[in-house]
Design a binder for this molecule. Structure first.
Ligand code: ADP
Ligand code: MG
Length: 452
């Protein structure tokens, strides 16, 4: 059995209806992935499921196909699928439309940044599956444009993101409104024990957890390397890699929107064709960028973590962590934008001298050794003057002989009355002769313990 597919099984053995199966076959799926082979039958049997499987292993179809199979064409708004970003909602809805094209089941995208009119029209047209982001879904629900009375399936894609602090309250509020008898499916590539506990509070007591990853959290088809770099050399190293390594379609992740913008400007000034994506851009721009990435008209995209989750773009061959993410789980999702569905990919991470520990944490979580990329071709730039100055100050401070430091401290006159209590002084100098100059109190403990 391969890491991703179960080649001993075919899709027609999973018990899906012919019209659903037809869509699956036309999408080119032959064998189910490991998560699909376990999750689909469990969901078809009506169980609540928590599914954990690596990035790019078909979790969308794993929850989508059972819904397409079980959905009742006469009931509108019977499935609610919540995802963390608008781009992902669009993608999930598109995949459901493709897989379900021989059924009468229709999806609607309920996302912010776009006119509500069109979305309302689709709902009124009888859409069965609502795929959306929490904000807009809550908004339309409170306006009475959608309701959850018919919801029989509730899905959280990227469940750990959906239940983390940013979204948790919205998800709680929303899922509370689903009062009808329903089935719950939550999936992600990373599900900590804490998230699982939280997830189970929304599920039936007999919910099953299906885990499909062997040893490491990341796909072995992604070649992971790290490049030690000083912070001030990051931009030039990135430019150098793009020019000399000639990677294919490359997604570069930065920690903040400001860095995304700065790096984009820098590369553009150097003649690289590059676009940016982050949450401060209008939705129309975000859509255009994703479209050009999908259609292969974009070589380099600089992104915030907005693009870290779920996006499935076939030809992304390289992911570069310009800034290492603070949260090791984010690393798993970022590099998961490449090497999807059995393809190969490359992930390079820039690591500054202060980030060694963070890299180790990422290695521990993922269960992978991220080796150093030997890269002799790049010449680091000079240390910037302000940093050089600070470093030399630090160095001379460290170099001062210990004895001299002690002498300086001891010589520093301190008022005995000011720093020590009467009791302390009496204990330190039982004969009552208190010297005019005393060591600072930081050394006091030594003095005291010697005399005690
Ligand atoms: P995940 O959510 O696990 O990261 P996706 O659901 O986005 O992964 O699927 C990744 C890609 O694999 C998609 O392009 C999808 O169409 C494709 N895919 C899913 N299942 C199969 C399969 N059984 N055979 C071939 N390709 C598949
Ligand atoms: Mg996914």
């Amino acid at each position: 059995m391969s890491e991703i597919f179960d080649e001993s099984l075919r899709f027609d053995q999973l018990g899906l209806k012919p019209d659903v199966l037809k869509g699956v076959t036309e999408a080119g799926f032959v064998h189910p992935t490991n998560i699909q082979k376990d999750l689909i039958p469990a969901a078809l049997a009506g169980r609540d499921v928590i599914g954990q499987a690596k990035t790019g292993t078909g979790k969308t179809a794993a929850f989508g196909l059972p819904i397409l199979h079980l959905a009742d064409p006469s009931i509108p708004m019977q499935a609610l699928i919540l995802v963390p970003t608008r781009e992902l909602a669009v993608q999930v809805a598109a995949e459901l439309a493709e897989l379900g094209k021989h059924t009468t089941i229709k999806s609607v995208c309920i996302i912010g940044g776009e006119s509500m009119r069109h979305q309302i029209k689709s709902v009124q047209g009888g859409a069965h599956i609502m795929v959306g982001t929490p904000g807009r879904v809550m908004d339309m629900q409170s306006r009475g444009e959608i309701h959850f009375n018919n919801v029989r399936f509730a899905v959280l894609d990227e469940v750990d993101r959906m239940l983390d602090i940013g979204f948790r309250d919205d998800i709680r509020k929303t899922l509370k409104l689903v009062r009808s008898d329903h089935q719950t499916i939550f999936v992600s590539a990373t599900i900590s024990d804490e998230i699982e506990r939280l997830a189970r509070s929304f599920m039936q007591p007999d919910a099953v957890k299906i885990v499909s990853h062997s040893g490491s959290l990341t796909v072995s088809l992604v070649d992971q390397k790290h490049l030690p770099v000083e912070p001030w050399d990051k931009k030039t190293l990135l430019l150098h890699l793009l020019r000399h390594e000639q990677p294919g379609t490359t997604l570069v992740f930065c920690r903040t929107k400001a860095t995304v913008h700065r790096v984009t400007q820098y590369l553009r000034d150097k003649g690289i064709s590059v676009r940016e994506i982050h949450g401060d851009l209008p939705q129309s721009k975000r859509n255009k960028v994703i479209e050009s990435l999908r259609s292969g008209n974009l070589d380099v995209l600089i992104a915030s973590d907005l693009a870290a989750r779920g996006l499935d773009i076939e030809h992304i061959s390289h992911v570069i962590n310009y800034d290492l993410p603070e949260d090791p789980e984010v690393y798993v999702h970022r590099i998961g934008r490449t090497a999807r569905a059995g393809r190969r990919g490359t992930a390079w991470s820039f690591v500054t001298s202060e980030q060694g520990q963070l890299l180790t944490e990422i290695e521990k979580l993922t269960g992978t050794l991220i080796e150093k990329m030997e890269y002799p071709d790049f010449t680091p730039g000079p240390v910037p003057s302000d940093i050089a100055e600070r470093r030399s100050k630090d160095q001379s401070r460290r170099a001062k002989p210990q004895a001299q430091k002690l002498k300086e401290r001891q010589a520093a006159p301190t008022s005995a009355a000011g720093e020590y209590t009467k009791e302390e002084l009496a204990r330190m100098f039982p004969d009552g002769k208190i010297p005019s100059s005393l060591p600072r109190k930081t050394l006091g403990s030594r003095l005291r313990s010697r005399r005690r």
